[in-house]
Design a binder for this molecule. Sequence first.
Ligand SMILES: Nc1nc2c(ncn2[C@@H]2O[C@H](COP(=O)(O)OP(=O)(O)O)[C@@H](O)[C@H]2O)c(=O)[nH]1
Ligand SMILES: [Mg+2]
Length: 217
Amino acid sequence: MNRKKNNSDSEEIRYKLIVIGDELVGKTAILNRFKNNQFNAIYEPTVGLEFQSIPILIDDQSVNLLLYDVSGHQKFRSLIPLYASDVNIILLIYDISKNDSFNNIDKWLSFLNNINKNEVIYALVGNKSDLDYNRKVKSEEAEKYAKSHNFIFQEVSAMNGDGIQELFMNKLLDKIRTQLIQKNKNLMEDEEEKLKVNLQSKDDSKKKKRKCCPCFK
Ligand SMILES: Nc1nc2c(ncn2[C@@H]2O[C@H](COP(=O)(O)OP(=O)(O)O)[C@@H](O)[C@H]2O)c(=O)[nH]1
Ligand SMILES: [Mg+2]
């Protein structure tokens, strides 16, 4: 999470989200369904990195969700650690009708080894749930994997929109909300601590002054 002052001097909170996974699993389609509620059946490869931002309101706090669509193509893989350097949310995406795309999630995770995992929200997302008749990855297996890594889990269909709201507006927003509450709590505790230290040092200097005064000798 990044806090930046904007023109009106209020704080703007930015959450950077990236999508990771094999080519053709539907990374671009998921972002497009979430942002524009649209679906394009014609494949248009993502080149390098594409970016869009979406403002959301969490309680009374305005949060800018920055969506980074990262190409799954081999030639762009070495750039992933760079894209992921200040990331807040990572969607690990596979296609429920392609076993390889699920088995490769571990490989994708290894590209992200150097980032600070404590602060990052991960979600394992099984796309193309509309292709259930051709399912190769069992929901239970994927859910178990997600649980063991402490990731959110959600199956979605960018094509018909199933699971998209549940993923973004419920599961991810809940996590963001929890983080914001915790950060605000930490900020308040820091302020209180500073105030205490300030009062203490004022008190100490008063005592010192008193000691200097002859009438207290
Ligand atoms: N049936 C089905 N096809 C999808 C779905 N999501 C994406 N696709 C198709 O899969 C192909 C690749 O999608 P794209 O978003 O470009 O994949 P990316 O390479 O991971 O960004 C495109 O032809 C999409 O129309 C989905 O939920 N269901
Ligand atoms: Mg793409």
